[in-house]
Design a protein around this ligand. Sequence first.
Ligand SMILES: [Zn+2]
Length: 372
Amino acid sequence: MYWNQSKSGVYTVKTGYVVAKEGRDNIDNRLVHNSDTSWEIRKHTVWKKLWSLNIKLKLKHFLSRCLQNGQATNEAIHHRIGKGSVWCHGCGEGTETIEHIFFFCPKAQLVWRLAPVRWDGLVELQCNMWRWWEAVVDSAGEANGAERIQLTVNVFWQLWKARNKMVFQMENVDAKAIVDKAQLEWLEYIAANETDHQTHASLEMEVHVPQHWEPPKEGIMRINTDAAISAKMVRTGLGIIARNWHGQIVKAQGIIGKRRSDVATEESLAIRGALEMAQFAGWTKIEVQSDCKNIVSSINSGNVQDCKLQTILEDIEALKNSFDSCLFSFVPRTVNACSHALAQFAVRSVRNFEWEDLFPIWLSQLASKNMG
Ligand SMILES: [Zn+2]
């Protein structure tokens, strides 16, 4: 190993000092070149690992600036614009480099004594943030490596925030508070991520196929729709049933058609029929359910794949906007049993029907059975 800045290739105290002092603008200069591993590969590895860390994006950007000497430390500012003091606002004892803020300032040293993460083996590398970090990254595979690294970045972040508080607000944040805040934010991030996973898991579990019809929320009218087609009799039947949040049937309707048709058309007509029923009755908040997945997703996405349906879907869109709230959802056949039975009833009927207040026994029984 040698310092490449020395012409002779021999390390001298003076050369080392020059490197440490002048090498701050350029990470290339910050490295001790090693004949075994190419600098490019090492650089690539460090960046790749940095961006794959399980920490807030904000912290990744922060750390990347620290490694490239991009943080506005007094020393960096002075170097760039040739003005201002280079001294640390905290202790007044050293040049404020990123290494000073993170390692050498008495405040930083106290923080690392209190912090639940220690890097005692890397003390020798502290004069060069890049090299120090590279060694930290190399330890990622060790026990709790990833967590130790996450926590470390949080400590740096809080040290930097405390530094800014001091510089801009003349406010002193004590070492204990810095450590506590770093640990707290780290734990919160971990917890939030775990909750995310749990939420995903429970969402997946909730996607189980419901077997029963469930009443809507208070104030909302739920309308289930279905269609039946009898090719043999050249008949169609639409079944529409509205129930309130108590699960009581409010209105039921059957609409017959004497024509050949296809399922998608009839299912769309049933949904349009539901909206017309609701508009006529003066309901303002409704939820329409259908067991035809394609139509429901066409309505919800506003995406019409079938031109034949265009006119009906446009009617639905127009009607939808006349309600305070109007939602469409897909439900399996089992949940849609009442409107299914109504559609079957309609396809065998000779005329349309509409029931209000009084309902056939079979429908009332089916509705209460359907609620589970
Ligand atoms: Zn200091």
